[in-house]
Design a binder for this molecule. Structure first.
Ligand SMILES: Nc1ncnc2c1ncn2[C@@H]1O[C@H](COP(=O)(O)OP(=O)(O)OP(=O)(O)O)[C@@H](O)[C@H]1O
Ligand SMILES: [Mg+2]
Length: 237
């Protein structure tokens, strides 16, 4: 199910001056379509992924720190003003569930869960679990479908096996009418079939095929040519 079909930047080009418009990928952003249930946002460190997904999440009503729409806590106002400029184009469908995960502030989310939410829906306190265990508990116990889920680098806590587990869970939630927008560096997560992958770079925000992503090509090349590449890096065995 698609809940957000598009975002549009309403700020005229001439008004795009200070941060976040110093980011090359953001300055020319006019419109971005969400055509599939799962959309990945990929790109180099500092390319603007978090800035973009945060702006979408805040517009969708989530707390900039992450969490569900029920959470109303804030520790630091670190988000950009991009959210003031963009407009979400929603479909006629309304999501019943939702979650915004910023990997770097997951601890805050766990605290809010402990303080405000009946812990049973997360399978107990998230503070008593490892980072990855907490995230898996969230995926399996808290997210239950008909949801809009926005994640920023969810793989940061996850082992390879857990990332595979996450792919399965994404499929289950998609089958239960959910939409995902995920910023990631993980060549495993972005392999989810029938997803759109947007590459954020100085050239803008453009669709890219999985096999053409640097994450896929470089990881594959590295695995197949490990010794050669290490040697090219000056790291001799
Ligand atoms: N509050 C801020 N003020 C000015 N510039 C900022 C601010 N926050 C981030 N930036 C800059 O905006 C650019 C994009 O940052 P962003 O966090 O969106 O990148 P990213 O693609 O998510 O990177 P990563 O893969 O490392 O998470 C970076 O160059 C960053 O230094
Ligand atoms: Mg980021």
């Amino acid at each position: 199910m698609i809940y957000i079909s598009k975002i549009r930047n309403n700020r005229p080009l001439v008004g795009r001056t200070s941060y976040p418009y110093n980011i090359p990928s953001i300055i020319n952003l006019e419109e971005l379509k969400f055509r599939k249930e799962v959309t990945f946002i990929i790109g180099e460190n500092g390319s603007g992924k978090s800035t973009l997904v945060e702006a979408i999440a805040i517009n969708a009503g989530f707390n900039p720190e992450g969490g569900s729409r029920n959470f109303n806590f804030s520790t630091q106002d670190s988000h950009s003003a991009l959210f003031e400029d963009i407009q979400l184009i929603r479909t006629a469908n309304r999501n019943k569930d939702g979650f915004f995960l910023r990997a770097e502030s997951f601890y805050n989310v766990a605290t809010a869960v402990d303080e405000y939410i009946v812990q049973d829906s997360y399978g107990g306190s998230l503070h008593e679990r490892s980072h990855g265990e907490s995230f898996l508990a969230l995926l399996h116990h808290r997210l239950n479908g008909k949801g809009l889920y926005i994640f920023d680098e969810p793989e940061s806590a996850l082992s390879i096996i857990s990332q595979l587990n996450m792919l399965t869970r994404i499929r289950q939630l998609v089958e239960k009418s959910s939409q995902f927008i995920i910023a990631t560096h993980s060549p495993i997560l972005m392999a989810y079939p029938d997803a759109d992958i947007y590459q954020v770079s100085a050239e803008g925000i453009n669709l890219v095929a999985y096999e053409d992503t640097e994450q896929y090509r470089l990881t594959k090349y590295f695995m197949n040519n490990r010794t050669k590449m290490l040697s090219e890096l000056g790291i001799d065995l």
